[in-house]
Write a protein that binds this ligand. Structure first.
Ligand code: NAD
Length: 365
């Protein structure tokens, strides 16, 4: 298979973890005789410094002409500390999602048994949790009208959804549920918000086309509680952009660390794969970032964009094996971890690449 992949390392630890994701893709190509062609492009603070804009035209044109994108993260403390700055890294992210039509963000929350005790939630509540979030990505308050009133002391962000936006992601969620436990939980705030009432109405309509899938609705406040109280009660969770942003970070605690969770953003064209964490400037340059979220994003890329199921499963197995053998990065280590098995970013990537060479091939029918 010949595919073109654009690497978008971005800022902070984005660069460090994407380098390890690339090594894993190279190893997979070597083992399975694929040809993955790589090109790199700039985004975020890095791009603002170089070109004055967080998403240069050159980057956008590369992204529109490739088979998949592996993204790191954007962000820099100077913007976090100064909300008045007009040109900001996250504008590049929002524009990229809009321009590429990436309307569905998939975030699998799957717990590796070895990390059960790393989470701040009790193991008996967590064990067996396996949730797939579908967060809508190109609508909601993030893209609605916003501004300040003349007095500058009043601000607004309009929460807006169109029927077609809810329909297309709802179909994706129901289709995914069919391959899993056949349950969709749609999360909204329909007791208060009109846009949520439309959301609920459309999800119910789409749900009628999937009678084999159980549909339930929850208000976002109740869902945020139940997620921690009984995570096993969820299979596929379908929600809007703002609620999804918050709930998926909450759910990251089920997996123990932000450094373990991958995501895929898909629409009708190219897919974009990225860890759910940000640029983590508190640990940038120290070589301690956990690259597993980026490596698990590679597994999603191989499966969703290239249909390479065996290759994707091998990457997940390599991560499982690394954890089973007691290796950890600092964020997922605890007092029981053998200190000699705490790995830096590059060494963790090396262990995964070595595991891939040792793993037997899984036959697929
Ligand atoms: P963050 O995800 O960068 O970090 C949160 C905490 O988790 C930090 O303590 C960090 O050290 C830790 N962490 C995150 N990833 C880790 C990894 N791979 N290994 C080990 N530890 C890890 O979130 P934040 O601190 O709120 O934001 C930092 C910057 O990232 C901000 O500028 C923010 O705007 C940006 N951000 C970008 C994205 C994105 O590009 N998709 C997402 C979230 C935040």
């Amino acid at each position: 298979m010949h595919k073109k992949i654009i690497l978008l390392p971005g800022d902070g630890i984005g660069k460090e973890v994407t380098a390890e994701g690339k090594r894993v893709l190279q190893k997979i190509a070597e083992l399975f005789n694929h040809h993955f062609e790589f090109d790199e492009a700039s985004i975020g603070h890095h791009a603002i410094e170089a070109a004055g804009t967080p998403l240069p035209d050159e980057t956008l044109s590369k992204l529109k002409n490739c088979d998949a994108i592996l993204f790191g993260a954007v962000g820099h403390p100077m913007y976090d500390n100064d909300p008045t700055l007009k040109v900001r890294p996250e504008q590049g992210l929002l524009k990229m999602r809009k321009e590429l039509g990436l309307y569905a963000n998939l975030r699998p929350i799957k717990l590796f048994d070895e990390l059960l005790h790393v989470s701040s939630i009790k193991s008996e509540i967590l064990k067996g949790s396996d949730i797939l979030f579908f967060r809508e990505l190109t609508g909601d308050v993030y893209f609605g009208e916003r501004g300040r009133k003349d007095d500058r002391a009043t601000a607004y962000d309009v929460m807006i959804y169109h029927r077609y936006e809810v329909e297309r992601i709802a179909h994706k969620a129901f289709q995914a549920a069919r391959t899993r436990k056949k349950k969709v939980t749609s999360v909204d705030k329909a007791n208060v918000l009109e846009s949520s009432r439309l959301w609920r109405e459309v999800v119910q309509d789409v749900g009628k086309q999937y009678p084999d899938v159980q549909l339930e609705h929850q208000f976002v406040d109740a869902a945020s509680m139940r997620l921690i109280q009984n995570p096993r009660s969820y299979d596929v969770v379908l929600t809007g952009n703002l609620f999804g942003d918050i709930l998926t970070d909450e759910a990251s605690q089920i997996a123990g660390s932000m450094g373990m969770l991958a995501s895929a953003s898909v629409g009708d064209t190219v897919g974009l794969y990225e860890p759910i964490h940000g640029s983590a400037h508190d640990i940038t340059g120290k070589g301690i970032a956990n690259p597993l979220a980026s490596i698990l994003s590679v597994a999603l890329l191989l499966d969703i964009s290239f249909g390479l199921k065996e290759e994707s499963e091998m990457v997940i197995k390599a991560v499982e094996k690394m954890l089973k053998e007691g290796y950890r990065t600092a964020d997922i280590a605890d007092s029981d971890t053998d200190k000699s098995k705490i790995l830096n970013t590059q060494k963790a990537g090396t262990i995964i690449v070595e595991q891939l060479s040792k793993l037997p091939r899984v036959a697929h029918v």
